[in-house]
Write a protein that binds this ligand. Structure first.
Ligand code: ACM
Length: 538
């Protein structure tokens, strides 16, 4: 929890800044910086992570935030006001400044979040940021673009802006212009609630962590052999039994999201421009459901609950009509509680289902997503079922050979989400000494996570057919938010940069130096990151 600033701290800071501006003028405010240690530590426009498309520094100029600065948002736009409130919430604790948010113009140099009037290249998620003595102006075509610009601005204030109490320092932003927009529209993070349940507070913390790197989707793996983690009213024992005491790997990952929890998470994510993608894995990875409801098994006998980490042994009963009633009930309820456009229906590692049965199953289930207003996602095996163009296969294998069915799906018009296990799986160990994680796809050090190209990784999937990139983080070995943070940071930022930055900006040495500067920021944010020896941490 960040602490609220005290009135005396606020007044003290205000008096200091007013006297500085009055006696020297804003243009010469730098002496205040000399009196206090620099907050920005020499932060440059080029330090932003993920690397922006175009950066034009102006060494002669700089923006100084003062206690009189306000955040001005586009008149008439509730969304812009929401981004302004979010940005003020980020900047208030460390600055101690009031940072009033309103659409009214202000005479004091401040921050403006405006819609329209930007470089035409920015599209619907990009932004243009101009910084000079008169203020910082972020222009975008959407709230998402303003939010992305606000995250860049946050980084440009320097590390100390992450402190949760007022700092005695001057706050400034280097002068110049950034024009920035993403390479791919989808940049995903992922949490596995099935193997170990993660609480809503932990999920919110991860949302905050990843949002600062312009991640815009969060895929939640809600069901698996070891646990069922989302309330379904028509099959109530899924959570009370399938997600109840003793579930999860080693029997220590119990818990589930109520519909109210899930609604609150969707709202929290949306305020951070993140869309939640719920996953109900099927026809395999279903032991939690089948051990709860005996009638979901072909022989009518419920198998025992499983708390080990084997895969590929469970399958819904493909020739039973009750299976499709169950699946439709679940898809209907999950679709109804999900504001985002997607529902993920799994499909991976269905080794206990024949190919013929897999096709039969998916040909009935894929259309259920559309019936309830959603676009289906699946792990890339879904392409075997002649999936329609509206389906997005998520490629997860490591092999350089690709998959013929995925290449065929692309020919039919599908876009592919790229998540190769040997590059993007954040649950793989960094090296042989990593205590957490698995190693079936290999060790993934920071450079391995960074040095690949989602635009060319999967044979038969050209860049134009890549929807984006996602970083799965499976929870077989993870218990809590510290474990999540240790496995995700710094590698999550590699995946974020691969998804956002243009290929022409791809450069390990440059990325490594920018990541190094994030270390102190993560320390202030309480993120327990892995100090990769490949990075010279600041
Ligand atoms: C997966 O790793 N089974 C998608």
């Amino acid at each position: 929890m960040r602490k609220r600033l005290s009135l005396s701290a606020l007044l003290g800071a205000a008096v200091l800044a007013v006297s500085t501006v009055a006696s020297t003028g804003a243009a010469a405010a730098a002496p205040e910086e000399a009196a206090a240690p620099s907050n920005h530590g020499g932060t440059q426009l080029t330090d932003v992570l993920p690397a922006p498309v175009e950066v034009k520094p102006d060494e002669r100029s700089r923006f100084w935030l003062t206690p009189l600065s306000r955040i001005r948002t586009q008149p008439g736009s509730k969304e812009a006001k929401q981004v302004g409130d979010y940005l003020a919430g980020l900047l208030r604790p460390a600055t101690g400044y009031p940072l009033k948010v309103s659409s009214a113009p202000s005479w004091a140099p401040g921050i403006s979040l405006l819609l329209g009037g930007a470089d035409p290249r920015i599209g619907d998620q990009g932004y243009q940021l101009d910084s000079n003595l008169a203020g910082v102006t972020i222009r975008a075509n959407s709230a998402a673009g303003l939010f992305n610009g606000a995250q860049s601005l946050r980084q440009l204030f320097g590390t100390k802006i992450e402190a949760d109490t007022p700092q005695r320092t001057a706050w400034s932003v280097p002068g110049g212009r950034i024009v920035d927009y993403p390479r791919f529209g989808y940049r995903g993070a992922f949490l596995d609630l099935a193997r170990h349940f993660h609480t809503p507070d932990e999920i919110r913390a991860y949302i905050d962590h990843v949002a600062q790197y312009k991640i815009n989707y969060l895929h939640l793996h809600l069901t698996d052999d070891q646990g069922w983690r989302i309330q379904i009213d028509s099959w109530p024992k899924l959570t009370t039994v399938g997600g109840g005491p003793g579930t999860g790997v080693d029997g220590v990952g119990a818990g589930y999201l109520t519909k109210a929890d899930y609604a609150a998470l969707n709202k929290y994510a949306a305020e951070r421009q993140i869309t939640i993608v719920p996953e109900i894995d099927m026809p395999g990875h279903t032991n939690a459901a089948q051990s709860t409801y005996a009638e979901l098994n072909c022989d009518g006998i419920a198998p025992p609950p499983r708390t080990d980490i084997e895969v590929g042994y469970s399958s819904l009963c493909i020739d039973s009509e009750l299976t499709y009633k169950f699946v439709e009930d679940v898809i209907r309820e999950v679709a109804a509680m999900t504001p985002g456009p997607y529902i993920h229906i799994g499909g991976d590692e269905a080794h206990a289902t024949t190919d013929e049965d897999f096709k039969k199953f998916m040909e009935r289930v894929i259309p259920m997503a559309a019936k309830y207003g959603k676009k289906p996602f699946g792990w890339h095996e879904i392409a075997k079922a002649n999936s329609p163009a509206t389906t997005t296969p998520q490629y997860w294998w490591s092999t350089p050979d690709g998959d013929a069915a995925v290449a065929e799906a692309v020919k039919r018009g599908s876009k592919v989400l790229v998540s190769p296990a040997n590059k993007a799986y954040l649950d793989m160990k960094y090296d042989e000494n990593t205590k957490l994680g698995l190693k079936w796809a290999g060790y993934i050090e920071a450079k391995t996570a960074y040095d690949w190209d989602p635009g060319t990784f999967v044979p038969g999937v050209p860049e134009s057919s890549v929807l984006g990139v996602e970083a799965p983080l499976w929870s077989e070995t993870l218990r809590n938010i510290n474990d999540i943070e240790f496995m995700a940071f710094p590698r999550l930022t590699a995946i974020a940069e691969l998804g956002w930055s243009p290929r022409a900006k791809h450069n390990w040495e440059n990325y490594r130096d920018r990541v190094a500067k994030q270390g102190p920021r993560w320390t202030l944010q309480g993120i327990d990151f892995y100090r990769s020896p490949q990075i010279e941490w600041k």
